[in-house]
Write a protein that binds this ligand. Structure first.
Ligand code: BG6
Length: 472
């Protein structure tokens, strides 16, 4: 995606709220390191948190984080450059003195980027603190997900953010938008001409998306209790994928056109009803630290969604995601309708899967087109094959490095817009409170059986092929 018209000034400092936290440790320091390695980080990085840390402690934490990350420390000069940029301000986000101290630490910087890697309950306090301290003018704010926990709180947060920052200075993170395989959906759809004629209700029978994880809440029980799978990954990550698959062609090159089309998809989604949803909970979740003994929070969710638009009327979209499932992969299957007549006895297999387009999104990136081809012999009998169009083991830039670099450069292409976030919440809002109870499922399974009934009218779930050539 190209940028929008105005070339924005680069941020001249990065302020990292929650610098002592988990997100900074797992994602942000490694992302800053990879920017430093590429020579794309030359501005002060001021960490803010409530702990009484010294500069040395902060540097040690950054070093530990980078050495524990995938590539480890493989460029000592880059690490030294990064550590030399770090500074630390201790303070409580409710306290105006914190922002005074921050102002002094920022010195001559006029266009800082404020990155809120903190619990969502603190977003509003920091944004208001920045406004009151005069630290918002000419600045940007980067907000981690979840952006709100329902429609009302998202609206409230948007209104706080908009009372202090203009929309083009607010960068709402959904890191799935910065994954290569997901960006490829947009590219693949609109850089080719063969797809558009069949990309609609006349040729597509259904679409299914699976985001499967083979691990649990990983110590984030308390967070999960306040979120659940629907809020954690469906309203944002999976919905963003649906938007890229379902959107109308953007009318112009600037990313504003993509944002507009994607917001329209959320607007056209039919609000969910309890019967559109199967909620599951893995065995043992209630014994995780921070989890209530009688918790009804879902660690798995499957749903049936409709997009009431000219293009998609009547096409069901099936989405599912869960922790502790039988494998770790993300995949989309766009199921095409069968041929109008069954000329060959085997041409419409019982599961109806003869022609589909498969986007493999993780752990590797692939696009495959499934078709039947005749086997050699007298009989007109064939087999299902997949034509691989793309199959990459990406040397991809980590999403957080991409997003941080983009936000600091003022490029909002891979971030979400106010109206889109609210429209997506409006779809799930009815079932956040009114829903059926969770159904237990075994760890290492594909979730509760009831999810099979949800999709039964249109076939069955296609579990990502963990054994296919592209998956190992
Ligand atoms: C995060 C969720 O946003 O996305 C996690 O909070 C989830 O629960 C993660 O595991 C998945 O993202 P990725 O990039 O690790 O596949």
């Amino acid at each position: 995606m190209d940028g929008n018209k105005a070339e924005a000034a680069g941020s001249d400092a990065l302020v990292l709220y929650g610098v002592t936290g988990d997100l900074a440790h797992k994602m942000i320091f490694p992302a800053l390191y990879s920017l430093a390695k590429r020579g794309e980080l030359g501005v002060p990085v001021v960490g803010v948190a409530s702990s009484n840390w010294s500069q040395a402690q902060l540097r040690k934490r950054a070093t530990d984080s980078i050495s524990a990350s995938a590539g480890g420390i493989d460029d000592r000069p880059a690490l030294r450059r990064l550590l030399a940029l770090l500074d630390y301000v201790q303070g409580n986000y409710q306290d105006p003195h914190t922002f005074g101290a921050l102002k002094r630490a920022l010195g001559a910087a006029r266009h800082p980027a404020h990155y809120l890697a903190i619990p969502p309950a603190l977003f509003a306090a920091v944004i208001q603190g920045l406004g009151a301290a005069g630290l918002a003018a000419g600045a940007r704010v980067i907000v981690e997900k979840p952006f709100g926990r329902d429609l009302a709180s998202a609206r409230e947060l948007n209104s706080v953010a908009r009372s202090v920052f203009p929309e083009d200075a607010i960068f709402r993170i959904d890191h799935f938008l910065a994954k290569e395989a997901i960006m490829n959906i947009l590219y693949f759809r609109f850089a080719n001409s063969f797809l558009e004629p069949i990309w609609n209700r006349n040729y597509i029978a259904s679409v299914q998306l699976t985001l499967a994880e083979d691990f649990g809440v990983k110590g984030r029980g308390a967070f999960y209790e306040s979120a659940g799978c629907l809020r954690d990954v469906i309203q944002n990550h999976l919905f963003q994928i649906v938007a890229l698959l379902a959107m109308e062609p953007p009318a112009y090159r600037g990313f504003g056109a993509v944002h507009g089309e994607s917001a329209d998809v959320f607007q056209a989604m039919r609000p969910l009803r309890p019967e559109d949803l199967v909620r599951g909970q893995y065995a043992g979740y209630r014994r995780e630290p921070g989890v209530a003994a009688g918790s009804d929070v879902e660690t798995y969710c499957a749903l049936r969604l409709y997009i009431d638009s000219w293009r998609w009327e009547g096409v069901p979209w099936y989405l599912r995601s869960g922790k502790y499932l039988a494998g770790r992969a993300a995949e989309v299957i766009v199921q095409l309708k069968p041929p109008p007549q069954r000329l060959f006895a085997d041409s419409a297999p019982a599961n109806g899967a003869s022609n589909y387009l498969r986007f493999r999104l993780s752990p590797n990136s692939a696009v495959a087109l499934a078709a039947r081809v005749k086997r050699a012999g007298k009989a007109f009998v064939g087999e299902q094959r997949e034509l691989y169009l793309v199959d990459e083991r990406p040397g991809e830039e980590a999403p957080y490095a991409r997003l941080l670099g983009d936000a600091m450069a003022g490029n909002g292409a891979l971030f979400t817009r106010e109206d889109a976030v609210e429209a997506a919440w409006a779809v799930v809002d009815p079932v956040l409170k009114t829903h059926h109870r969770v159904q237990p499922y075994k760890r290492g399974s594909w979730g509760p059986k009831a999810a099979d009934a949800l999709i039964a009218a249109h076939g069955s779930w296609k579990n990502p092929g963990f054994t296919d050539a592209a998956a190992d």
